[in-house]
Design a protein around this ligand. Structure first.
Ligand code: DGT
Ligand code: CA
Ligand code: CA
Length: 582
């Protein structure tokens, strides 16, 4: 049982408690524990063994006991008991955007809704509008939510899939006789959501590794078990395919199973035109008879992945680009981008502290930044309109800037920039006075309310917001939450043109729930000459490790280091942030 399994069970407990309308504090403590465990850099198992679990903030002795139970047995009594509750069936409804626990319970009581299918039927038949306090509008919203839910169902966030996959790679990689193990499929391409996990292995002993794979602690179902391929389902519902391959075919298999399918098809077409055939077993000359028996003699290679490209006259194409969206043509012309890498990132410019809704202090965030090898960070807490998040008003921001400057003098080895995540109000004004914004080193503007504005109005609002000369970065430009909330209606092309005019960078949020700008938008930004800033929007120090998902998305968006302002050395960044430099 890994951290992510424990976190999932705690979230499930919180869901059921919420449906049962239990004590708010209790619910919150499970939610928080889920988040803490998910963000934790160490395995809960090892903390447990070292007896250090209760020293983690947010984990009391009763939660620690449950973690121990989960690690040892795969579940806990408390959760299993809760699952007996008739309200348990409603947890699936909570995955429908727009449906919260109160609504779910009411729908069950008033319309007998117990599943997403029930809900859809009730909405289609117009049975929801007649329930007291509900109406046609809600019915529409629910149907839209269901549509979104169906689109996402069965797809997992890349961060969750990666956590599972890395744990498996670690477990199986430690088995004797395993000489290589790699992640393939959409996860290697780092798509924002993952259908299933694909893992490839070179191993001397098939038996042992298949035993280990099918009996992992979090396996709930073994779909298939064979000599060279097995598939399992994990507790979270995600499927994992494992393939064992001979070393001689490994490169060809890596290419094939990395995909995407569209990329593979285009590569095969190209090969065909050259009198070659690419398959998961290797690259072959096509000479008359193509029977498998003859292939060995015609085999041109396949041991290494780069051979596959080389044999069709191409340089290696990074997995993140393999979507058949121009990468083969660019490879042919020698114009593939020199993609940004994690090591290019010199700082994280969107961070929250305990001055608003973050968990850590300024100094703690700076220490984390230093540990990650950064040269600078930006502290950008919320502004006053976001009252639930403890947003700062002008006076508080003034004080906060002083506190940031003081922390900067105290913490060595990293520059702490003072800033704010300022709210763009519905009318396009910012909710902090210009003279206070002017004192900030970095101003990030963002929308946090009235997401449902008509497209023109929303576009005008954002453009007015970023036209303020104090703004440097526009955060989460489309507002989408992966698998939860669709992007708001906005004309990004116009926003990009305005960003270009005012020399504003667009934020790519590295948070795996957001990844907004998404990959195709990054590419559009680059083409429009708009700079990108990859930030984690962290509300706790360890969330800064999410930077990898931002960099992966930037790579999928063809970005080079020069396209991203937080790869700049400090002096150059400061020039970008100063009005003269813009
Ligand atoms: P996913 O799992 O939906 O997030 O996406 P992938 O890309 O991981 O797809 P998956 O797991 O079905 O298959 C892994 C790779 O194997 C896929 O990217 C390309 C290759 N592949 C699978 N089926 C086919 C096929 O029918 N034709 C071709 N050309 N390639 C395939
Ligand atoms: Ca897959
Ligand atoms: Ca698969």
């Amino acid at each position: 049982m890994d951290n992510i399994d424990v976190a999932r069970i705690f979230d499930e407990i919180a869901d059921i408690l919420e449906l049962k309308d239990e004590n708010r504090f209790r619910i919150r403590s499970y939610r928080r524990a889920a988040r803490v465990v998910r963000d934790m850099p160490d395995a809960v198992k090892s903390l447990l063994e070292a007896g250090e679990l209760t020293s983690v903030q947010g984990i009391g002795s009763s939660l620690a006991e449950k973690i121990e139970e989960i690690v040892n047995t795969g579940t806990c009594r408390f959760c299993e008991d809760l699952k007996e509750d008739p309200l348990y069936s409603l947890t699936a409804l909570l995955s429908v955007p727009g449906v919260g626990p109160k609504l779910a319970v009411k729908l069950k009581r008033e319309a007998g809704v117990a599943s997403v299918d029930d809900l859809e039927q009730a909405a289609r038949e117009g049975r929801i509008r007649s329930i007291e306090g509900m109406g046609e509008k809600l019915e529409e919203k629910i149907l839209k939510g269901i549509e979104q839910y169906r689109r996402n169902v069965g797809r997992f966030k890349v961060s969750d899939a990666l956590a599972y996959a890395e744990a498996i790679v670690k477990t199986l990689g430690a088995i004797k006789g395993v000489s290589r193990i790699d992640i393939a499929g959409s996860l290697r391409r780092m798509r924002e959501t993952i259908g299933d996990i694909d893992i490839l292995v070179i191993s001397r002993s098939s038996h042992e590794i298949m035993d280990a794979f099918t009996s992992m602690g979090n396996v709930t179902d073994v779909l298939a078990r064979g000599e060279t391929k097995s598939s399992v389902i994990l507790g979270s519902g995600i499927q994992v395919d494992l393939r064992i391959l001979p070393a001689s075919d490994y490169g060809a298999a890596m290419h094939y199973f990395t995909g995407s399918q569209d990329h593979n098809v285009a590569m095969r077409d190209r090969a065909k035109r050259m009198g070659l055939k690419i398959s998961e077993y290797g690259v072959f000359d096509v000479k008359g008879d193509e029977r498998r028996g003859d292939e060995a003699a015609n085999r041109r290679g396949g041991e290494r992945e780069k051979d596959v490209f080389k044999l069709v006259g191409l340089p290696f194409i990074p997995p993140e680009l393999r979507e058949n969206s121009g990468e083969i043509e660019a490879a042919e012309k020698g114009t593939l981008p020199k993609l940004i890498e994690p090591r290019h990132i010199k700082g994280d410019l969107h961070l929250h502290t305990d001055a608003s809704d973050g968990r850590n202090s300024i100094a703690e965030m700076a220490h984390q930044g230093r540990e990650m090898g950064y040269k600078y960070i930006g502290i950008t807490d919320h502004s006053k309109s976001l009252r639930i998040a403890g947003g700062l008003d002008e006076v508080e921001l003034g004080e906060h800037i002083k506190a940031i400057r003081a922390a900067n003098r105290k913490v060595s080895g990293i520059e702490i920039l003072a800033g704010i995540e300022v709210d763009i109000l519905p009318d396009g004004r910012l909710d902090i006075a210009d003279e206070v914004l002017a004192e900030c080193d970095i101003v990030i503007a963002a929308i946090h309310s009235r997401f449902n504005m008509p497209r023109d109005e929303m576009t005008g609002r954002i453009i007015k917001g970023i036209s303020n000369a104090n703004v440097h970065v526009l955060a989460h430009p489309t507002g989408r939450l992966i698998n939860e909330r669709d992007p708001y209606e906005v004309d990004l092309e116009k926003v990009m043109a305005a960003a270009h005019e005012h020399k504003i960078a667009l934020e790519l949020s590295a948070h795996p729930d957001r990844l907004d700008l998404k990959d195709s938008h990054c590419r559009a930004a680059r083409e429009a000459g708009v700079k990108v800033c990859i930030n984690t929007d962290s509300h706790a120090d360890r969330q800064m490790l999410n930077m990898r998902f931002g960099v992966a998305t930037a790579r999928r968006g063809w970005l080079e280091p020069g396209d991203v302002i937080n790869t700049y050395p400090l002096a150059k960044l400061k020039r970008f942030l100063s009005r003269q430099g813009r």
